[in-house]
Design a binder for this molecule. Structure first.
Ligand SMILES: [Zn+2]
Length: 506
C-alpha cells in the first residue's frame, strides 16, 4: 500500500504517499513544471518552497527531446518525486497529439518518472453527453490495456476519472478505474468548470468520484491551484493538487491571496509578508522589468498556495477544517454555493469524519450553514434513532438552551432542580439551535457543552423537538416559553409546579 491515512477531519485527510523517492505528506501541491523553460527553477521549488513533488509533461519531453530523452529528474534538475502527465491535456486543447497510448506509457517508464499517467481522453467542460460517454469508454479501455505495457513495478500509476459534469458517467468511470491496478486517481476535466467558478458542480464531481473510488487511494484534482478553493476540495477528500495557476496568474500581473486575486498594479500596499513581499512595496512591482515582475509574482503566488496548504493540514490535525472551509467559502458567493452543495453530502462527510478529533476543540456556529456540520448531523441522527429517555422520567420539561455551559450548571437548570427536587419523574431537556434537543444527562458530553453560537435560539430546533416528543413516549410534555406542537406551554416554573402538584399528591 503506497498511501496511508494518518488523520482525518470531514472528508479530508492527512496522508503519507510513498513513492520510490520517499514519503510525501498530503494534501499537497505539485507545481506544474515546463520541462523546457520555467519562471521558477524546479530546484528552487524544493529548496525555497519545501515542495517535494512536481508534475511535468511527458508528451512535451517526448516532442522536445525525442524518444531517447534522459531521466526526467536530470532534464528538470529536480531530485524529488516527479509525476508526469501524458499529453491528454494537449489532446483536450489542441484536439490531437502525435503519440500513442502505448508509446507514452513506455516513454514515462523510460524517463524514470515516479508517477505516470495513462493517455486518457479528457471529457472537458463542454462535451455533450454522447461525447462524454465516448471519453469514458475510451479512457477505461486504454486504462485496462495500459496495465500490460508496464514493466517497472516501482513506479506508481494514475488512472484518471472522466465523465465531467455527467455524474452518472463519472461514477461509472470511477468504479471501473477503482477496480483496476492504479495507485492514484486524478479527477479529470474540472478546469473549465473551475474557470466558470461553478464550484457547486465541482463539489458534485468530487463527491461522486470519491464515493465510487477505493478510499485508500489518493484523489488528485487536476488543475486546481487557487488557494481560496483548496480547503473545500480537501474537505471532500482531495489529496493532491497540481497547478500552473501561480505562474499563469503571474504572467498576467495577478497577485493571489487566500481570499481572491488582485491586480498587482492596483495595489497600494502588499497584504502579505512572504519573503518576496516582506522586502518590497507595491510600487517596487512597477519599477522592475516585466520578466522580473513575473518572477516575483510567481514566487509570491506560490508562497500563498503553500501557506494555505500548511494551514489546511494543521486544521485537519486540530479538527477545525470545517471552520477553515467556511471562512474561505465566504470570500466569494460562488464558493459559498459550493459550500452549500457540500451539505448535500453530509452523510458522506459524517461517515469519514472521526468521532472525536484528537484535540477536543469547541465548535463555532455562525448561521444555518454552520449548523449542517457533521457533528450536528450525527448528534441529531443519534438522538432520533438510538436515544431512549431514562426509566421513570415520564414528564418531559423542555427549557431553552442556556448561555452557560455545561447546561447542567446553568441558572435555569439549578432552578429546575430546586423546584422539582422531590420529583423523580421530571426529565429536563434543553431546546434550541444548533443541536435541537439536548437531554440534561448528555449535556456535558462533547460537543454539547463545547460550542459557541451566534444563532441564538434559532428555528431548526422545532422540527427536532416535535420529533423527539412524538417518538420518546413521555406521558406529559411541557415547554418553557414557546408554543410547540405536542407540548403544553408554561411561562414559569411556578406555573408548572402548580400544574404538577395535583399530580404529585395524587
Ligand atoms: Zn507575498
Amino acid at each position: 500500500m503506497c498511501f496511508e491515512v494518518k488523520e482525518r477531519d470531514l472528508g479530508g485527510r492527512i496522508g503519507a504517499l510513498r513513492t520510490r523517492r520517499g514519503v510525501l505528506e498530503t494534501p499537497t501541491l505539485m507545481p506544474v513544471v515546463n520541462p523546457v523553460k520555467n519562471t521558477i527553477r524546479p530546484a528552487e521549488l524544493k529548496d525555497d518552497f519545501g515542495l517535494e513533488l512536481i508534475i511535468t509533461n511527458a508528451y512535451i519531453i517526448l516532442k522536445h527531446y525525442g524518444r531517447e530523452a534522459r531521466d526526467v529528474h536530470e532534464i528538470t534538475g529536480f531530485d524529488g518525486t516527479i509525476m508526469t502527465d501524458s499529453g491528454a491535456y494537449q489532446l483536450l486543447i489542441y484536439g490531437g497529439i502525435d503519440t500513442t497510448p502505448e508509446e507514452i506509457v513506455r516513454f514515462q517508464e523510460r524517463i524514470r518518472s515516479d508517477i505516470g499517467v495513462i493517455l486518457d481522453v479528457p471529457t472537458g467542460g463542454f462535451a455533450t453527453k454522447q461525447e462524454a460517454e465516448h471519453t469514458v469508454k475510451e479512457t477505461i479501455r486504454r486504462a485496462k490495456e495500459s496495465i500490460s505495457w508496464r514493466e517497472d513495478d516501482t513506479m506508481l500509476w494514475a488512472g484518471p476519472v472522466q465523465g465531467g459534469r455527467y455524474l452518472d458517467l463519472l461514477e461509472f468511470c470511477a468504479r471501473a478505474m477503482g477496480e483496476l491496478d492504479f495507485q492514484i486517481h486524478p479527477l479529470g476535466s474540472p478546469t473549465q468548470i473551475m474557470e466558470e467558478y461553478d464550484y457547486a458542480t465541482l463539489v458534485d464531481m468530487i463527491a461522486t468520484a470519491k464515493r465510487a473510488l477505493p478510499p485508500e487511494r489518493p484523489l488528485h484534482l487536476f488543475g486546481a491551484g487557487h488557494p481560496m478553493m483548496l480547503s473545500l476540495a480537501v474537505a471532500l477528500g482531495c489529496d493532491l493538487f497540481d497547478s500552473a495557476a501561480y505562474a499563469l496568474f503571474a504572467k498576467d500581473g495577478r497577485y493571489m491571496t487566500q481570499s481572491g486575486t488582485m491586480r498587482v498594479d492596483e495595489l497600494e500596499e502588499l497584504p502579505c509578508s512572504c519573503p518576496i513581499c516582506a522586502k518590497r512595496d507595491a510600487e517596487d512591482f512597477a519599477e522592475v522589468t516585466k520578466e522580473e515582475r513575473e518572477g516575483l509574482l510567481a514566487r509570491h503566488n506560490l508562497y500563498v498556495v503553500v501557506e494555505e496548504l500548511r494551514s489546511i493540514r494543521e486544521s485537519i490535525r486540530e479538527g477545525t477544517l470545517w471552520e477553515h472551509v467556511e471562512s474561505r467559502c465566504r470570500t466569494h458567493p460562488k464558493l459559498y454555493c459550493g459550500l452549500k452543495r457540500l451539505l448535500d453530502y453530509r452523510e458522506y462527510l459524517e461517515l469519514n469524519d472521526p468521532l472525536v478529533n484528537r484535540v477536543v476543540r469547541g465548535l463555532f456556529f455562525y448561521d444555518e450553514v454552520s449548523m449542517s456540520r457533521p457533528e450536528v448531523y450525527r448528534y441529531k441522527e443519534r438522538i432520533a434513532s438510538r436515544y431512549s429517555r431514562p426509566k421513570g422520567k415520564d414528564i418531559l420539561l423542555l427549557v431553552p438552551m442556556p448561555e452557560e455551559k455545561p447546561f447542567t450548571k446553568s441558572k435555569i437548570c439549578n432552578s429546575v432542580k430546586e423546584f422539582f427536587r422531590d420529583r423523580e419523574d421530571v426529565h429536563v431537556c434543553f431546546y434550541g439551535d444548533p443541536f435541537g434537543v439536548v437531554p440534561s444527562e448528555l449535556s456535558e458530553t462533547f460537543p454539547l457543552s463545547q460550542f459557541e453560537s451566534a444563532i441564538g435560539l434559532g428555528k431548526a430546533w422545532r422540527e427536532s423537538a416535535e420529533a423527539f416528543i412524538s417518538t420518546k413516549g413521555y406521558k406529559k410534555v411541557f415547554i418553557l416559553g414557546q408554543e410547540l406542537k405536542g407540548a403544553k406551554m408554561i411561562n414559569s416554573l411556578e406555573e408548572l409546579k402548580r400544574v404538577l402538584d395535583p399530580l404529585g399528591s395524587a
